[in-house]
Design a protein around this ligand. Structure first.
Ligand code: ATP
Length: 345
């Protein structure tokens, strides 16, 4: 099966071709993943929805053309007739409405022109499924640490359940707000990671309530600390230690409550080595397995959309054009998980 994936929830205008012999089993060495991404880079400040949508309008047609060209070459080499892909998968949400509309329009147009099924994918479920698919884990708890979101998810009764989540901003957006305050260009996460390496821990408020977490008070305290003259690298170190300890604590409690012994990481903040290190150490201490996908599958990318789209298409979970409207608040627990046979956890 060969699937075209299209992603464009915020900053990444991305198209992918995913090819596998059998999408119903875990990743194999024979899988083929091609990803073409054109990133929106704000001149100043954070992601501006109108500018991001303008970027999508320009970049989506180009990345889709490139991916389709790649798919046609693969089909020709394989001596196939007919459309170069078996389905077109796209991010239905959550994300910025103006961006999602451009992606959905492109996906509908390509699916109709090629006369292949359309598959509407939940972007957050794709962030977690890419880790499950590539690790081969059966029924992991998942920490989604992305720009606009932060969730800890577990599977039960045909749905991914939200076990814990942010009560205010997404984790990456919180970090980006701090870095804007100190005058660094977007995205801020990699800069905080670099500067934290030279810093000494600066204490910041630790906010976990039940299984949920909050980042806004930490950010205010971090901004204040810099304004009060604390070395920025110390505040960066404090930010990483505090926020990632919160995420690790809730992930550990989710493992304990569900009895699961596998953890996967998803989302752009998951590229952070300190976060990966804390989660790995926690898992080692409790005898659980940990998997973080490669960076290109952690940050927003169309590969994860095509991979989940292939699994959904393989079980007939496709989307009629009439039902393919976008949903900028699409929650992961709204998605019936049709592509998993197990009822574990
Ligand atoms: P979502 O997937 O929730 O829609 P998003 O569209 O913002 O979020 P992602 O690619 O998942 O996109 O995450 C982007 C975020 O990841 C940004 O906030 C960025 O600062 C952060 N980030 C990137 N690299 C790192 C890093 N090394 N350490 C910490 N944060 C990072």
């Amino acid at each position: 099966m060969r699937v075209l994936g299209i992603e464009g929830t915020a900053w990444a205008a991305s198209a992918s071709v995913f090819e596998t012999d059998d999408p119903t089993v875990a990743a194999s060495d024979d899988d083929h993943v091609f990803i073409e991404t054109d990133a929106y880079q704000p001149d100043s400040g954070g992601i501006h929805p109108r500018e991001a949508a303008e970027h999508m309008g320009e970049a989506i047609p180009e990345v889709v053309q490139t991916a389709l060209h790649h798919a046609r070459e693969r089909a020709e080499t394989a001596g196939e007739d007919g459309p170069p892909v078996d389905a077109v998968a796209f991010s239905r949400g959550p994300g910025l409405g103006p961006c999602l509309r451009i992606v959905a329009t492109a996906a509908r147009a390509v699916a109709q022109r090629l006369d292949v099924p359309l598959v509407g994918v939940n972007h957050m479920v794709a962030h977690l499924e890419v880790g499950r698919y590539r690790s081969g884990f059966e029924s992991p708890v998942c920490l989604n640490a992305s720009g606009a979101n932060a969730h800890v998810l577990g599977y039960r009764g045909g749905r991914y359940r939200v076990l814990g989540e942010t009560m205010d901003t997404g984790v990456g957006n919180a970090i980006d707000k701090f870095t804007r305050h100190v005058g660094w260009q977007h995205p801020g996460g990699p800069k905080v990671e670099r500067r934290a390496r030279d810093g000494e821990y600066h204490p910041l408020p630790y906010v976990v309530k039940g299984m949920d977490f909050s980042f806004s008070g930490i950010m205010s305290a971090a901004k204040q600390a810099v304004d009060d003259g604390r070395p920025v690298e110390n505040v960066c170190r404090g930010l990483e230690e505090t926020i990632f300890a919160m995420l690790t604590e809730v992930s550990e409690r989710a493992l304990s409550l569900t009895g699961a012994d596998e953890l996967v990481l998803g989302g752009g903040v998951g590229q952070n080595e300190r976060l990966q290190g804390m989660l790995r150490e926690m898992c080692e201490q409790r005898g659980a397995d940990f998997h973080a996908p490669e960076d290109r599958f952690l940050r927003d990318n169309a590969g994860m959309i095509a991979m989940l789209g292939a699994r959904m298409a393989a079980v007939g979970d496709t989307t009629a054009v009439a039902d393919s409207r976008i949903d900028s608040n699409f929650r992961p627990d709204e998605v019936p998980v049709t592509w998993r046979a197990d009822e574990a956890v």
